[in-house]
Design a protein around this ligand. Structure first.
Ligand SMILES: Nc1ncnc2c1ncn2[C@@H]1O[C@H](COP(=O)(O)OP(=O)(O)OP(=O)(O)O)[C@@H](O)[C@H]1O
Length: 283
């Protein structure tokens, strides 16, 4: 990938908290204009990575570049919008006042668009933010983040408190924005099924380290779910092997597994196999 096609570029990125590692020697690149999934178990380092990208924290060693710049060096990156797990809203403001604050604070603010996003979510403009449900607050926080029309949008588990219809609506809004403006999105979620068909790039962290990264289509074609007798010879590239009775189910990075029934994995099968195998290694 050349510089202009890379939105996030990390080299040996490390952050050590007093208690232990947040991230450890992470090297990866996320492509611009695409939706990248950030997956990992609790404590994997997903929020830490996003905080480093915003410049809220500095790495202990290594480097991260966001849209070509080291975060925080030239003030807040105006092209970057970040929506963390603690939604950055003023509880005493009405939704309308929140949008007005967004307009005042952000030069590139698109007021019509932000209002449309709130309207689509059926959130009343005159309601106080503090009286909204968790899901409604998420929709307002998203409108504030996307109203800035950022080049890079980072969402830390944005779907966690949304109902199934709202999850779909939010993903549709994000997809439409990516298609229309070429915005780059980094999206973390524990519900991998929500990311399937939406994300075209994957970054999987575990224990602060990169376990798997790449283009989703490429990763899926490079892996196989193999089903067969447990007596069969395992191919190279086994990520995870499980047995029930006389049958074995294997996920392997291979295209050559004689004797096995083999199918391309879904994103969920791929990610879960890597997450389970990382858990076994660290247990
Ligand atoms: N402020 C902090 N001080 C000390 N340790 C921290 C701090 N924030 C995170 N950590 C530790 O760093 C590691 C990575 O945490 P992080 O919050 O980045 O993980 P995560 O992948 O976002 O987890 P989750 O899915 O639970 O939100 C964990 O071991 C966590 O305990």
């Amino acid at each position: 990938m050349t510089l202009t096609t890379i939105a996030l570029d990390a080299t040996a990125l490390t952050l050590r908290y007093r208690r232990g590692w947040g991230l450890r020697d992470c090297t990866f690149q996320l492509p611009a204009g695409r939706i990248s999934a950030l997956i990992g178990p609790n404590g994997a380092g997903k929020s830490t990575l996003m905080r480093l990208a915003t410049g809220l924290m500095r790495p202990t060693s290594g480097e991260i570049r966001v849209l070509g710049q080291v975060p925080g060096k030239h003030g807040a990156n105006r092209q970057l919008a970040f929506l963390g797990q603690d939604k950055p809203l003023y509880k005493g403001f009405t939704v309308e006042e929140m949008l007005r604050a967004g307009a005042k604070l952000n030069p590139g603010w698109d007021d019509q668009y932000a209002h449309r996003l709130v309207r689509e979510a059926d959130v009343p403009f005159d309601a106080k933010v503090g009286t909204l449900s968790g899901g409604q607050r998420t929709r307002v926080a998203l409108a504030v983040a996307m109203g800035r029309r950022p080049e890079l949008l980072m969402l830390d588990e944005p779907l966690a408190d949304l109902d199934p219809v709202a999850r779909q609506e939010v993903m549709q809004a994000v997809l439409a924005e990516v298609a229309e403006t070429g915005m780059t999105v980094l999206l973390s979620s524990h519900v991998i099924a929500d990311l399937d068909g939406v994300c075209d790039h994957l970054l999987l962290l575990s224990g602060g380290q990169v376990q798997l990264q790449g283009d989703v289509e490429d990763l899926l074609t490079q892996h196989r779910v193999l089903v067969g007798s447990r007596e069969l010879v395992l191919p190279d590239g086994v990520v995870e092997a499980r047995t029930t009775g006389r049958q074995a189910t294997v996920l392997a990075r291979t295209s050559n597994a004689p004797g096995w029934d083999n199918n391309e994995p879904s994103l969920e099968e791929l990610a879960l196999a890597y997450l389970r195998s990382a858990k076994k290694v660290t247990a």
